[in-house]
Design a binder for this molecule. Structure first.
Ligand code: PLP
Length: 383
């Protein structure tokens, strides 16, 4: 099989053809500045408004509650820092031990700046304990920031429960929904959170564009100041092509058969069951509720990099999650927080699917895994 089998959709997804087609005119001829008063500029402004409506309707929000950013990382920075700047007297922040580095690094900086950061632990499945969250909420808590779906394991946090608890205590909740959008229905009307981060390239849109949902009457101070774009919350001339692409990707999800989520889940389950049956040392990291597309499988005693290299030679793209992402041999903080043994964590591979994957692709991966693992096992025995 010479074609590429792409099972790394939590890293990024393939932009849909209609996304690219929708963007091209804005890179060529439709180049006016949306803030210009001439008709050319106003036509572009209208396209931004349409894209905002599509992204808003994907999450059940009102268009005025959505602002565009340069991606998930910027949305997260704006959510956390923007909320804190609006509440200067509150210096306590609650987060979890398994967040993406975009949240972790902001929290590390905040700690250096004198904020008190409380980290919630997870159990062996990767789930949060709401009682622990409730016990940590205080009068001076400014903000709780939690992810919806974990990028490494696909584990889902019960953000609805967290949102209700935070609402009861009058504390703002930020949800990093970057890995949830497109993989499950998301409806902000039944989730009483304050702000939520999204990223287009994780749902078949372009890179470099994201959005922040900001519930009405939530005060957020901008991080990027300049022009009055995005309701004075994010200065700078808009990335029009990116915004149009994100709108088109949102529209594609809305138009997709809801059964596709089940089809992706069935493919993921087939892949997981196939590998577990064929490779005795394989174990799934994480259990309980997960998004439909992700499985994290530990190959005890092997190194993830070696597995990924052989998979890549076979034309298969997967990932080790964030494990060893900096080239260090530190195992993933997510798996560590779940209590996964180092032997298993070092050999953890994340397979993340999308609706573009097929059963043939999954079956091919299951077919190549046993041989690949036994080659590596015999190599490590020889060493
Ligand atoms: N949050 C999560 C859970 C992610 O998985 C990622 C990207 O991997 C991000 C945030 C950052 O998003 P972006 O790449 O758009 O900056």
């Amino acid at each position: 099989m010479s074609r590429l089998i792409y099972l790394d959709n939590n890293a990024t997804t393939q932009p849909l053809p209609q996304v690219v087609d929708a963007m091209l005119p804005f890179l060529r001829d439709s180049y006016a500045n949306p803030s210009s008063v001439h008709r050319f500029g106003q036509r572009i402004r209208h396209e931004i408004d349409l894209a905002r409506e599509k992204v808003a309707s994907l999450i059940g929000a009102k268009p005025r509650e959505v602002i565009f950013t340069s991606g998930g990382t910027e949305s997260i920075n704006l959510a956390i820092r923007g909320l804190l700047r609006a509440l200067p007297n509150k210096r306590h922040v609650i987060t979890s031990a398994v967040e993406h580095s975009a949240v972790r690094k902001v929290c590390e900086r905040l700690r250096d700046e004198g904020y008190e950061i409380d980290e919630l632990g997870v159990d062996h499945e990767g789930s949060l304990d709401s009682a622990e969250l409730e016990g940590k909420l205080r009068n001076d808590t400014a903000l709780v920031t939690l992810m919806h779906a974990n990028n490494e394991t696909g584990m889902l946090f019960h953000v609805k429960e967290a949102a209700e608890l935070c609402k009861c205590h009058g504390v703002a909740l930020h949800v990093d929904a970057v890995q949830a959008v497109g993989k499950m229905p998301l409806d902000i009307t039944s989730l009483p959170l304050a702000v939520m981060s999204l990223s287009a390239h994780k749902f078949h849109g372009p890179k470099g564009i994201g959005a922040l949902y900001i519930r009405r009457r939530t005060r957020i101070e901008p991080l990027i100041v300049g022009g009055s774009q995005e309701r004075n919350t994010r200065g700078g001339t808009e990335n029009v092509a990116g915004i149009v692409g994100m709108g088109t990707a949102a529209e594609a999800i809305l138009g997709r058969d809801p059964g596709e989520v089940d089809r992706v889940r069935a493919l993921r389950d087939r892949l997981e069951a196939g590998i577990l049956a064929a490779v005795p040392i394989a174990r799934v990291n994480g259990g309980g509720d997960r998004v439909c597309n992700t499985t994290n499988i530990g190959f005890s005693g092997l190194q993830a990099e070696a597995i990924l290299m052989l998979l890549s030679e076979a034309g298969i793209c997967a990932s080790s999650g964030s494990a060893c992402s900096s080239g260090s041999l530190e195992p993933s903080h997510v798996l560590k927080a779940m209590g996964v043994k180092e032997r298993v964590a070092h050999g953890a591979i994340r397979f993340s699917l999308s609706h573009l994957n097929t059963q043939d692709e999954v079956d091919h991966v299951v077919e190549v895994m046993p041989n690949l693992v036994s080659r590596l096992s015999s190599l490590s025995r020889e060493q």
